[in-house]
Design a protein around this ligand. Structure first.
Ligand SMILES: *Cc1c(COP(=O)(O)O)cnc(C)c1O
Length: 410
C-alpha cells in the first residue's frame, strides 16, 4: 500500500477523532521507529507512554510468541495460569491486595470509580448489609479529583477528568465528582464532605503537563483519607512500570494507596489494564458486580509478565533514575541558553519542558529531524523515552532539540 492510499483510506473510513501527523510507521525496535519510506526516528515518546521497555523488546516478544501458539483467550469464568502469576507479581511489587484485570486506562479508572461507589454503599467495614444505607443516611458516593487530571474518555473517567475541554459537548456526565486544585491540600480538605468516598489523583500528571505531586501534600492526603475512611486512588496508568524510576510512582512517597490503576506500559505494547485494591477492602466486589470479557487474557498476561522481566533483567529502574537525572540536567542547561524554555520538571524519565510559546512547531521540526517527542497542554514538551535509553541517545535527542529551539526562537 502506498502512503497516499493509506491517507486516503483513513480519510474515507476512519472516524476523525485524532489530528494525525502524516507519517506511516511500519517497524519498531528498541528506541527506533522506521517509517514507510525507510526513514528512521529516535523515539522519545514511544507509544504515548506504552512502550516503556522500547519497541518489540525480546522478552515481551518471546512471551507473546510462546503464548500465541497455545492459547489466546478464555472467558473469565474459567482459570488460566498466567492471570494468577501476573496478579501475584503485581501484588508482590505493590501492596497486599487483589487485582481486577481489564484492557485500558479508562476501563481501570471506571473499575476504581465503581469500586469506590460500591464501598460507599456499605456500612463502614461491614460487608453484606443492606445497600444504599450508611449509618441510616444516603450512601457516600462523591469522588474528588484534580484540575488538569486525565483519567480517560469513557463517561465515568471523563467526569473524573478535571479538564473542561474534554468534557465539552458530552454533558450530562455522571454526577458525583468534584474537582479541586492539584497540590493544594487546603483546597482538598475544604472540599471533603459527608458524601466523600474517594480522592483520585495522578502522582505525576502526564497529559496535564508533567506536574509532580509534592511529598508533603501526598503525606497529608493519605492522612486525611485514613482519618475519614476515604479511599485514596492513585491513577498510575502513566507513572507505573518504572517510568519514574520506581516500579510504581507511589514508592517515591512513602505512602500506600487503597486503590491503584495500571494500564499503558503494563503489557509492553499489548492492551491490558488493572485495578489493584488493598486486601482489607477487597471483599467489596463480589461475583457479578463487575466484569470485562477480554480482561486478563492469557496472551496479554504473558506479555505483562515479559514486561516485568524486561524491566528487572535489564536494570531499567536504575537506568531511569540515572538517565532521568542526566536528561533533566541537559535540559536545564538548554534553559540557561534559550529563554523560550520556562521550566523543566519531572520525575525519572517522565519529563516536561514548559515553553514560553506554542510547542507544536517544535514537535514538528523535531520530527523532521528524526526525533519523536510530544507536546501537551499547548506549550509543554513531554519527553518519555524507553527506560533503557542510553546516554548517547539522550545526547542526540538534546542536540536535535537544541537545533530546533535555536531555529524557532530566532
Ligand atoms: C492514558 C491515561 C488514561 C487513559 O488510558 P486509556 O488506555 O487511553 O483509556 C488514564 N489515566 C492516565 C493517568 C493516563 O495517562
Amino acid at each position: 500500500m502506498k502512503k497516499t492510499e493509506i491517507f486516503a483510506d483513513y480519510d474515507r473510513y476512519i472516524l476523525s477523532t485524532y489530528s494525525r501527523t502524516p507519517v506511516v510507521f511500519v517497524k519498531g525496535k528498541g528506541m527506533t521507529l522506521v517509517d514507510i519510506t525507510g526513514k528512521k526516528y529516535l523515539d522519545f515518546f514511544p507509544g504515548w507512554g506504552v512502550n516503556n521497555v522500547g519497541h518489540c523488546h525480546p522478552k515481551v516478544m518471546s512471551a507473546v510468541r510462546d503464548q500465541i501458539g497455545r492459547l489466546i483467550h478464555i472467558p473469565n469464568n474459567f482459570y488460566h495460569p498466567h492471570q494468577a502469576k501476573l496478579a501475584r507479581e503485581i501484588i508482590r511489587l505493590s501492596f497486599p491486595g487483589k487485582v481486577f484485570f481489564c484492557n485500558s486506562g479508562a476501563e481501570g479508572c471506571e473499575a476504581a470509580i465503581k469500586f469506590a461507589r460500591a464501598y460507599g454503599h456499605k456500612p463502614h467495614g461491614v460487608y453484606g448489609h443492606e445497600p444504599n444505607v450508611v449509618h441510616g443516611k444516603a450512601s457516600r458516593h462523591e469522588i474528588i479529583t484534580m484540575t488538569n487530571s486525565f483519567h480517560g474518555r469513557t463517561l465515568g473517567a471523563l467526569a473524573a477528568t478535571g479538564q473542561a475541554k474534554y468534557q465539552n459537548g458530552f454533558h450530562p456526565l455522571p454526577p458525583g465528582f468534584k474537582t479541586v486544585a492539584f497540590n493544594d491540600f487546603n483546597a482538598l480538605k475544604a472540599a471533603v464532605g459527608n458524601d466523600t468516598i474517594a480522592i483520585m489523583l495522578e502522582l505525576v500528571q502526564g497529559e496535564g503537563g508533567i506536574h509532580v505531586a509534592g511529598q508533603e501534600y501526598i503525606r497529608q492526603v493519605r492522612e486525611l483519607c485514613t482519618e475519614n475512611d476515604i479511599l485514596l486512588i492513585f491513577d498510575e496508568v502513566q507513572t507505573a512500570m518504572g517510568r519514574t524510576g520506581e516500579i510504581f510512582a507511589f514508592k517515591h512517597y512513602g505512602v500506600v494507596p487503597d486503590l491503584m490503576v495500571l494500564a499503558k506500559a503494563l503489557g509492553g505494547g499489548l492492551p491490558i489494564g488493572a485495578l489493584v485494591v488493598k486486601e482489607k477492602i477487597a471483599g467489596t466486589f463480589k461475583p457479578g458486580m463487575h466484569a470485562s470479557t477480554f480482561g486478563g487474557s492469557p496472551l496479554v498476561c504473558k506479555a505483562a509478565l515479559g514486561t516485568f522481566k524486561a524491566i528487572f533483567a535489564d536494570k531499567m529502574l536504575k537506568n531511569t533514575r540515572v538517565m532521568g537525572a542526566y536528561l533533566m540536567e541537559r535540559l536545564n542547561a538548554l534553559k540557561e541558553k534559550h529563554n523560550c524554555i520556562k521550566e523543566v520538571r519531572g520525575l525519572g524519565l517522565m519529563v516536561g519542558v514548559e515553553l514560553a510559546m506554542e510547542g507544536k512547531s517544535v514537535f514538528e521540526k523535531c520530527l523532521e529531524r528524526g526525533l519523536i517527542i510530544n507536546c501537551t497542554q499547548g506549550n509543554v514538551l513531554r519527553i518519555m523515552p524507553a527506560l533503557n535509553v542510553t546516554k548517547k541517545q539522550v545526547d542526540k535527542a538534546v542536540y536535535i532539540l537544541e537545533q530546533v529551539l535555536a531555529e524557532v526562537s530566532s
